[in-house]
Ligand binder design. Structure first.
Ligand code: CA
Length: 732
């Protein structure tokens, strides 16, 4: 699909008068004098500039704008009084059609942003002209090792260079002027299902980068590379390796006792550092968020229980050495995919009459934490969404009081939050003017059930629970009840009183990250395809615009020549839109991948959206009920994570109920033989050298998909509105 779309880039480039995007370095080098000047002038970011980010409100130089990651823009020319006049100033159509999660960075009039498949782009931030485009050529088949879409959350800038991670584990450095590749480092073993989707941070000339893959089976770590040379300087593993071997650090030696029984090290144990970081220059502490256990099910991973350090923890490290300083574990003995990788914000808050240097996080587990960032001391923590896995946090110890039944040892358990989290990676923001934190919150129920037949499949989903048990019930009445429980909203949270200040219901989960500005506006996109500005004090909607796709990424604000802009990448995708089935469909969104830039009086307009296709006639169902049931189990295990619960497409990856006659005819060649691996659909006959599915298994999955297609046909015949969010195949 990616390859088919490439000609569109050329068209867009011609229409907007840009350089040819695939020509990267050579196209810009065609004007040598300008290129020489450019190399000296672009993205000359360093520690001094980032530490003084407030002195350059026109720029957004690092992921969270400043090292404290507050995502507060000091720009205020767009404000409550005039935001109604906001309009689209320019836009860019990406050549990809998968989820977009990036934070654009803007320095001195140039914008640097990543798209799907780890592509990197540079634009003139004023005109929207594409300056260069770098395609790192990630093998499409690597997509099978990704839990949550082929996404990337952005670049880092340092002394004229642009740094990005790639899905297959490389860290690359590009010339900010031309996009030319300067160096590339493989940061992960290529025989393990690691991936990079997070944005690097740069501290003291070191590029800090983690990775993902806990759902597949990897051992988490975070590493530092010399920004100039790409040489690795340190690596901190987050979970112990083989207990018979010496640990890599004293902190890991101390962690060993918190893992009890099992053979977690053989498949990794998890604890990946896949997104959030922050840095306090005065304390000289680098904070990293650590992910969930692998597999999710602690009975398999560490059958004797234990806290399983440093899963689901915030770690404070020395940035120059990776030395451990402190940790705080949000979810001891994680069994629910409750990562602590969600966005972390540093701020100084007056609590109980004292100014406290705090770090704040609203991880997946449903609690909003305020910790002392010098020591890791627990200050406060309260539920910001409905949660059923604890009776609250013990204020003396700072530990959650876990409801034993939620550990699903003896029987399945309906638990809130779900593995999608009460808040996922979508960044929140903090306004020093209102003192509030703005969080995209969601409530989604999930059934956890122990998988007694669990067997590790290298490179594939290995979570140790029966995913099928978490699927949407097929009875429409029960499904309707479940869907009623699903919530999505924008919440303003007071971190001092630990209370909600206001909320805006958004009616579907997986909404966009937030930006707050000195104009006292909160900007955020929604799953349902609106981009809106809210009054930061009370949540009143002051402006909104339809954007034709669900927005999950966070906006930024910048200025060029004194004019303020608000930018966001719009492109439905990520974990829930892929796997969520009917829950994902609540949004009603399809992927249309664009960069949108707004200004007061902006006059640009989006083209009219292309309508979705009708359902092709599905083949008759000839298999018996037992075959369909067996196919359903296999589908849940191997297909659901991308093609959706119940074979219901969420608007990104093809909806299998809408397969063409040709796809039905080629089903085995696709599913086993990898006929469409160039589009990210790997063949499942063998993955990482291990057999996965055979022809009989593929036929069972096919039978289940035909049954689901026939059910959809009957539903449409009964008068349901045309429900195909994604066309059967191919881009729109
Ligand atoms: Ca996870």
């Amino acid at each position: 699909m990616r390859l088919l779309l490439l000609p569109l880039v050329f068209l867009v480039a011609l229409q907007t008068g840009c350089d040819r995007p695939s020509a990267t370095a050579t196209s810009v080098a065609a004007a040598p004098a300008a290129a020489t000047q450019a190399a000296a002038a672009f993205a000359m970011v360093d520690e001094t500039r980032i530490r003084a980010a407030d002195a350059e409100p026109q720029n957004w130089m690092s992921h969270g704008r400043s090292y404290d990651e507050q995502r507060f823009s000091p720009l205020g020319s767009i404000n409550r009084d005039n935001v109604a006049g906001l309009g689209l100033d320019w836009h860019f159509d990406f050549p990809t059609d998968r989820g977009l999660e990036a934070t654009p960075l803007v320095v001195d009039g140039r914008m640097y942003v990543t798209g799907a498949w780890s592509h990197v782009y540079a634009f003139d931030a004023k005109t929207g002209a594409l300056l260069w485009h770098h395609d790192p050529k990630v093998p499409p088949a690597w997509a099978v090792h990704l839990c949550c879409d082929v996404v990337n959350r952005g670049v880092a800038l340092w002394q004229g260079r642009v740094y990005a991670g790639t899905l297959d584990g490389r860290l690359i450095a590009l010339d900010a002027a031309t996009g030319a590749l300067l160096w590339s480092q493989q940061t992960t073993p290529t025989d393990k299902p690691y991936s990079i989707t997070g944005a690097p941070r740069i501290v003291k000339g070191l590029v800090i980068i983690g990775n993902g893959g806990s759902e597949m089976g990897v051992r988490g770590y975070v590493s530092a590379y010399d920004a100039a040379t790409g040489e690795m300087k340190w690596r901190f593993y987050t979970v112990p390796g083989d207990p018979a071997q010496p640990a890599e650090s004293p902190a890991l030696e101390a962690a060993k006792a918190s893992w009890k029984g099992g053979e977690w090290w053989k498949t990794g144990g998890g604890g990946t550092v896949w997104d959030s970081m922050a840095y306090d220059a005065e304390l000289d502490l680098l904070y990293v968020g650590v992910g969930n256990g692998s597999p999710w099910n602690q009975q398999i991973r560490s059958p004797g229980g234990g806290d399983n350090l440093y899963l689901s923890s915030i770690l404070a490290l020395r940035p120059e050495t990776g030395e451990y300083v402190w940790h705080y574990q949000t979810t001891p003995g994680d069994a629910w995919d409750y990562t602590a990788t969600q966005h972390m914000i540093l701020a100084d808050l007056v609590i109980g009459g004292q100014t406290r240097k705090v770090i704040m996080q609203a991880p997946k587990n449903g609690f909003f934490y305020v910790l002392d960032r010098a020591t890791g001391e627990f200050i406060s923590g309260e539920a910001y969404a409905q949660q059923t896995w604890t009776t609250g946090i013990d204020k003396a110890t700072g530990k959650p009081q876990v409801v034993e039944a939620a550990r699903y040892r003896d029987k399945e358990a309906l638990v809130l939050p779900s593995p999608y989290g009460a808040h996922n990676w979508q960044p929140m923001s903090f306004s020093p003017r209102t003192g509030l934190v703005y969080i995209p919150v969601q409530e989604i129920p999930f059934v956890f059930k122990h998988d007694p037949a669990y067997r590790h499949h290298p490179g594939l989903w290995n979570v140790g629970v029966q995913i099928e048990a978490a699927g949407m019930p097929e009875d429409p009445a029960i499904a309707a009840q479940v869907l009623k429980m699903v919530q999505g909203r924008l919440v303003a949270w007071d971190p001092v009183s630990q209370k909600e200040a206001w909320r805006v219901e958004l009616h579907a989960p997986f909404n966009g990250g937030t930006l707050v500005t000195a104009g006292d506006l909160v900007f955020a996109g929604s799953a349902r395809g609106e981009f809106a500005a809210y009054d930061a004090a009370n949540g009143k909607t002051l402006w909104s615009a339809p954007v034709q796709t669900g927005v999950i990424a966070p906006p930024i604000s910048y200025a060029v020549d004194g004019k303020q802009y608000v930018a966001v990448v719009a492109g439905w995708g990520g974990a829930l839109p892929l796997a969520g089935g009917e829950v994902a469909r609540l949004a009603g969104s399809v992927n249309r991948s664009r960069l949108l830039v707004y200004s007061l009086g902006g006059k640009d307009a989006l083209p009219a959206p292309v309508q979705t296709t009708r359902q092709p006639e599905p083949p008759p169902l000839q298999a018996d009920a037992a075959t369909v049931a067996a196919g359903k189990t296999l589908y849940a295990q191997f297909c659901m994570a991308c093609h959706g619960d119940g074979a219901v497409g969420g608007g990104v990856v093809p909806d299998l109920r809408y397969m063409s006659a040709q796809t039905h005819a080629e089903f085995e060649a696709i599913v086993l033989g990898g006929l469409r691996h160039e589009r990210g659909m790997v063949g499942f006959a063998s993955v990482m050298g291990q057999p996965v599915l055979d022809a009989a298994g593929a036929a069972k999955i096919h039978a289940y998909v035909i049954q689901r297609a026939q059910a959809e046909k009957a539903r449409l015949a009964a008068g349901a509105s045309s429900a195909s969010l994604a066309p059967a195949e191919g881009p729109q």
